[in-house]
Write a protein that binds this ligand. Structure first.
Ligand SMILES: Cc1cc2nc3c(=O)[nH]c(=O)nc-3n(C[C@H](O)[C@H](O)[C@H](O)COP(=O)(O)OP(=O)(O)OC[C@H]3O[C@@H](n4cnc5c(N)ncnc54)[C@H](O)[C@@H]3O)c2cc1C
Length: 320
């Protein structure tokens, strides 16, 4: 009996969100935990996966299927689920994970539950789930009845925990069988990653909202993020205005972040923004308005103009 986990990579390493999904997958207790990786077999991080209890890695090489193609990836997972007799197929609750698993549900006719925080097998075809609803503002208890459980794992709710002991891992190069129709939607190029740290996994995020004032106002935030070893995240107003790209958006319709420190600058704290940053360990708000809703979520607040406060912080950090 096998649990299959679509595993995304962050550079050469397994993505943090996928390690969280693998941790949940391991807790299901099946003897085999298999990672499905779309990558070159020469660079697949097999030993890092073994640390998380992965017994088998199914690699789909670029020569067989190049680039991101959600329906084709789902078709591959459907084939592997049958081949391995999988009891569950899961993925991280990332944009890709949710998209591919939704396609898998459509292909197989099986139910799919997104953004689970807990999954417990309850004998035979039954799994008990707890999952995020309303962008994590509500937790729902649910029961899934299906021969193969399909679900994604909320990216900010399950810690990535290595297995007590690494296991021997087998790498299988899997021959993908995809039809032309599965490739109708396909990413043919993707912009290169600009930095080493991703927004979803950064330990420090410096957030900028409408209060930053415009695209040109982000240089001091970038500088502060650099000094703190973090990255910049933004509110939706900022992406809607075209000041920054959507991949930097924090919130219900953006990325959910779980940093040690979130510095929210010129952000009011709308509920849809909080849905993305509530997993931060500490929040410091910089805002001119002492009544801004973000203050109710902040551990500390600086009531002031970010255009003065951030340069002062940068200067103080440089002086150290
Ligand atoms: C379906 C839906 C999904 C959404 N998803 C998201 C999402 O994923 N992420 C998200 O962020 N939003 C999302 N929104 C939008 C959300 O409701 C808010 O409109 C948005 O978060 C507000 O962005 P903001 O805080 O930057 O702007 P504002 O609400 O305009 O707040 C600006 C803040 O800056 C402060 N300020 C102004 N000047 C300065 C200064 N010089 N120094 C310091 N402070 C200053 C102001 O006091 C104010 O508090 C969504 C909305 C909907 C309806």
């Amino acid at each position: 009996m096998t649990v299959l986990c679509l595993t995304e990579l962050d550079g050469a390493d397994p993505a943090d969100a996928s390690l969280r999904a693998l941790t949940l997958g391991r807790s299901l207790g099946d003897p085999s935990l298999a990672a499905v990786v779309f990558a070159d077999s020469a660079t697949v991080p097999a030993s890092a996966l073994a640390d998380y209890g992965v017994t088998d890695v199914y690699v789909i090489e670029p020569s067989a299927l190049e680039g991101y193609a959600p329906q084709a990836w789902a078709r591959v997972l459907a084939g592997l689920a049958t081949e391995t007799g999988a009891t569950a197929v899961l993925a991280a609750g990332t944009d890709r994970g949710n998209e591919v698993l939704a396609h898998l549900g459509a292909i197989t006719g099986l139910p799919m539950a997104a953004n689970c925080t807990l999954v417990t097998p309850d004998g035979g075809r039954t799994h008990r789930l707890v999952r995020h609803r309303w962008a994590g503002l509500l937790l729902e208890d649910a029961v899934m009845e299906a021969p193969v459980a399909l679900f994604t794992v909320a990216t900010d709710a399950v810690a990535a925990v290595p297995a007590a002991a690494a296991v021997a891992v087998q790498v299988h190069v899997h021959k993908a069988e995809v039809a032309e129709a599965d490739l109708v939607v396909r990413a043919t190029e993707s912009a290169g990653q600009t930095g080493g740290v991703s927004l979803a996994t950064a330990r420090v995020v410096v957030g900028g909202g409408r209060g930053v004032g415009g695209a040109d106002g982000f240089a001091p935030l970038e500088e502060l993020a650099d000094l703190l070893g973090g990255v910049v995240g933004v509110s939706r107003v900022v992406t809607s205005e075209g000041w920054r790209p959507h991949k930097q958006q924090v919130g219900q319709t953006g990325t959910k972040i779980t940093p040690e420190l979130y510095l929210a600058c010129g952000i009011s704290g709308a509920i849809q923004h909080i849905a993305g940053c509530a997993g931060a360990k500490h929040i410091i708000a910089i805002n001119t308005d002492p009544g801004a809703p973000i203050l109710a979520h902040a551990d500390y607040a600086i009531i002031g103009d970010l255009h003065q406060v951030i340069p002062a912080l940068v200067a103080a950090l440089r002086a150290r």
